[in-house]
Every structure is written in C-alpha cells, then in structure tokens.
Design a protein around this ligand. Structure first.
Ligand code: ADP
Ligand code: MN
Ligand code: MN
Ligand code: MN
Ligand code: MN
Length: 362
C-alpha cells in the first residue's frame, strides 16, 4: 500500500504545477509551520496565509492545533515560531518557520528538546560555544531499497566521491538541496558524496549557541521536500538498509572561545577527558531510541567506534571523539564527536555536549 501511494504522489506532473505557481497573487504570505513529531524523529508541517510578509519571527503568532496524544486522546497543542527561513519551494515572500511545541499549559511537550537546550545555551553563552553538524543520509527508492542499486549486492566498488555515473548516484538531490538551503538562509557549509553509492552528507555550521539545531532541522525538512519532487526517500536511519555495515551518522563538531584561541588544544583535550567519563550517558541521547540505533551502528568496524567503550585520537576516524589533524597541527580549533546517529535530535546532542562543558567549570 505504502509503495503505491508513494508512486502516485511522485507520478503527478511537476511541470503542470509550475503553471499554478506562476499565477499572480497579492501581498499575501504563505507561512509553513514546521515541528518535530511526538516520537522526536520526523518533521510535520502545515501552512497558513498571512495578509503580508512578517517583518521577523516576533511578528508570527502561535498556532494552536489538535494534537493526538497517545492513542486517540485529543489535546490542544501550541506551535510557537522560533526561527524563520525563506521558502525555496514557493519562493519569496513565503516563509518556512521552525516551531517549538507546547501543551495547553504552555509546558514544552516531550519532543520539545529545544526549549531546555535554549536555557543551557543561555547559561554557557560566555564560552561562546560553536557547533557544526555533518548530516549523513541514504537515498532509498520507492521500494525501500538503496536508490539505483542492483537487486543483489553493491553496484560499484569505487569511492562515491569519484565523479562519473558509474561511481555516484543521486547528485541531483545533493545539488538541489545545497542551493535550496542557501536560498532559505540555512547555514550550510558544504556537501559531499559519502562512503557508499547513494549515501550523501551535508554540513551545517559553525553556528553559535542554539542555532545549529534549528538550521539542521530546516535542512532536513528541505531535503525531504526535495526528495518528494524527485521520487526518492532520504533516510536518516542509523542503519538504513538490511546490511547493517552501511551506517549514517551526524558527527557533531564543537568548540568554545578558549578552544579556538592560541593554545586551545589544551581545552579540547580537557573536554575530551570529561566526555570519556560519560560515554553511556551520551549514547542514551545520541539517537531517538535511547541508544538502540547506535548499538547496531557503532560496531567498531570501518569508520565507526565502539558502542561499549570510549576512544579518542588525532586524525583517526575509528574513534568516539576525534581531534582533526589540522586542529592538532595548529594547536587550536575544535573536536568532533562522531557518535551521534543520523536521526539524532540535534538539541539533545548539543545539550549533552554542553553539560560536559559546564562540568569543566571550577
Ligand atoms: P570531516 O572531516 O569530519 O568529514 P567536515 O568537513 O565534513 O569534516 O565537517 C566539518 C564540520 O565542522 C562542519 O560542520 C563545520 O561547520 C564544523 N566546524 C568548523 N569549524 C568549527 C569550529 N570552530 N567549531 C565547531 N564546529 C566547527
Ligand atoms: Mn481539520
Ligand atoms: Mn564530513
Ligand atoms: Mn561523513
Ligand atoms: Mn566527520
């Protein structure tokens, strides 16, 4: 059933849509509110008309809606706009707006991890914390199999970064996503083909404080929308296909003002020492299933580290936390936590990295 639904939606003529999108309209602004679902993993959206373009995030009001809580019980839920982007699908002046979700008593719902994360960032703002996230994803066909792979085994053996149709699959998605993010105002800083054909990555950041989480979520939303148009599925699963050795992560890079300054390597090493003592606490929030996804992903093979124990090194990619080679050479910069899974809630990851920073305060 699912497959035929997917095919039908994709099969609609996209060129016909262009006619309607080109129709003249007045000053109205279509605003799409976007939020994380109850499971804390997927994104939801709905759109409304405003009389005119909002001047900024403060000009947008909250939107109540009937949320399903658990099985059937209906409660009022409130969407509170927190960051506004340009809409790369229906173009200016239309907006995409990321929202936090609150219950009827204005308490953050269980999936609203941002609310708490904002407070943590506020407490540590003197550290000037910067984050950068590397979002990996795998393109699947409408049959749930890796997009473009033969029915058995791997298509090609070459490094997907090698150009040529025999080496990579799905570049249209990556190119379109990159441009759409730039149009929207997402702080995307790069993209590359990943470890196996039809797996890709984009990088967001560095941004200070809460921002990177917002930008990663908007980049994910834009990715899923683009994939709708192309008729493929972008999977953020930690192990998206049956062969569990193909894994996707969301490496999280972090620095403070001290780490970025001359002699910062010392602060990086101190932070990593603190991280090493809290391995299991971190893994509990580095995927949306309490560590169950990473238990399968982090097998200590190829480019992943061990789920059981913490490891660190310079320039090695088979560790929990890595100091990039250029950071070690220049003596300052940032570190990379390679443990978060591709489907992680960015705010959970950010907050947990910061908790360690706070612990470092004397
Ligand atoms: P990798 O070599 O691990 O594949 P990438 O080039 O894919 O690294 O990604 C590097 C990430 O590091 C980007 O998301 C970027 O925004 C982030 N980054 C760069 N400098 C800093 C910094 N000073 N603090 C935090 N993150 C940073
Ligand atoms: Mn209705
Ligand atoms: Mn990378
Ligand atoms: Mn990668
Ligand atoms: Mn990385």
């Amino acid at each position: 059933i699912m497959m035929s639904t997917l095919s039908k939606s994709f099969g609609l003529h996209k060129i016909v849509k262009q006619h309607y999108l080109s129709l003249a309209k007045g000053a109205e602004c279509q605003v799409t509110y976007i939020w994380i679902d109850k499971a804390g993993e997927n994104l939801l959206c709905k759109t409304r008309t405003l009389e005119m373009e909002p001047a900024g995030i403060k000009a947008l009001f909250s939107w109540d809606f009937q949320g399903k809580q658990g099985n059937r019980k209906i409660t009022e839920v409130v969407l509170v706009p927190v960051r506004m982007f340009r809409d790369p699908f229906t173009l200016d002046p239309n907006k995409l707006v990321l929202c936090e979700v609150f219950d009827g008593n204005y308490a953050p719902t269980g999936s609203n991890q941002r609310s708490q994360c904002v407070k943590v960032m506020e407490n540590v703002k003197d550290f000037q914390p910067w984050f950068g996230m590397e979002q990996e994803y795998m393109l699947l066909g409408l049959d749930g199999k890796p997009f473009g792979w033969p029915s058995q085994g791997l298509p090609f053996t070459a490094d997907p970064c090698t150009v040529g149709i025999n080496n990579m699959l799905g570049r249209d998605i990556s190119i379109s996503h990159y441009r759409a993010c730039l149009y929207a105002g997402v702080n995307i800083c790069g993209t590359n083909a990943e470890a196996f054909p039809t797996q890709w990555e984009f990088q967001v950041g560095p941004c200070e404080g809460i921002e990177v989480g917002d930008h990663v979520l908007m980049a994910r939303y834009i990715l899923h929308r683009i994939c709708e148009d192309f008729g493929v599925v972008a999977s953020l699963d930690a192990t998206p296909i049956e062969e569990k050795k193909h894994t996707s992560g969301c490496h999280t890079n972090f620095s403070t003002k001290e780490m970025r300054s001359k002699g910062g390597l010392q602060y990086i090493e101190e932070a990593i020492a603190r991280l090493s003592k809290r391995h299991s606490q971190h893994l509990r929030v580095y995927d949306p299933h309490g560590g169950a996804d990473n238990m399968i992903r982090l097998t200590n093979q190829s480019t992943t580290s061990s789920f059981q124990s913490f490891s660190t090194a310079t320039a090695s990619r088979k560790v929990s936390v890595r100091i990039p080679d250029h950071v070690s050479r220049s003596g300052c910069g940032y570190f990379e936590d390679r443990r978060p899974a591709a489907n992680c809630d960015p705010y959970c990851v950010m907050r947990t990295v910061i908790v360690d920073e706070k612990m470092g305060e004397k």
